[in-house]
Design a protein around this ligand. Structure first.
Ligand code: HEC
Length: 155
């Protein structure tokens, strides 16, 4: 009789462990989803997705004299970069772009922004953006991640 009584106890313990296991899996899955959402920045490809976001924020200080990330931002020297991912170059109505920028045919992706920031005048010959460029690829990746994640939020 003793054994008979013990069996249900073991079964329910197993069941409890099973439920705890499932719960842990569910939590792990949910955490995974959150990580993906936090990283995505409109699902950036590598090397941008895992670039150094804090460094990107610091590097962006080079841009803030001329740009902000506010959706209805008053154009400074340059246009607002709000909603930049996927935006055609030269498309902020309130901003007086150069003909070169308006007719560049570029769309802002991580890749085009990366190339432009390396040497603006080499990508858009005749641009009025006076900026020497950022030479280090890792710095550009960090900058692109910061700009894309922040400007997507501001959309
Ligand atoms: C000295 C001022 C200045 C600085 C500094 C500057 N920009 Fe610009 N930027 C401009 C101007 C002016 C334009 C418009 C260029 C044109 O019409 O040819 C522009 C255009 C752009 C565009 C195209 C926007 C669009 O709507 O098509 C992007 C992207 C951009 N800048 C990103 C940056 C980033 C990122 C930085 C910092 C690394 C930066 N800029 C630094 C002045 C600046």
């Amino acid at each position: 009789m003793q054994r008979g009584a013990a069996v249900p106890g073991i079964v329910s313990l197993r069941r409890r462990l099973f439920l705890v296991g499932m719960g842990a899996l569910a939590i792990a899955a949910a955490a995974g989803t959150q990580d993906a959402a936090a990283e995505s920045g409109a699902s950036l490809p590598e090397p941008y997705a895992s670039a150094d976001l804090r460094r990107g924020r610091i590097l962006f200080l080079q841009c803030v004299a001329c740009h902000d990330l506010e959706p209805s931002g008053i154009a400074k020297v340059g246009p607002s970069l709000a909603g930049l991912p996927g935006r055609p170059a030269g498309s902020v109505a309130a901003f007086a772009y150069s003909t070169a920028m308006r007719e560049s045919g570029l769309t802002w992706t991580a890749g085009t922004l990366d190339a432009f920031i390396e040497r603006p005048s080499a990508v858009v010959a005749g641009t009025t953006m006076v900026f020497a460029g950022i030479a280090a690829p890792a710095d550009r990746a960090a900058m692109v991640r910061y700009v894309f994640e922040e400007s997507a939020k501001a959309r």
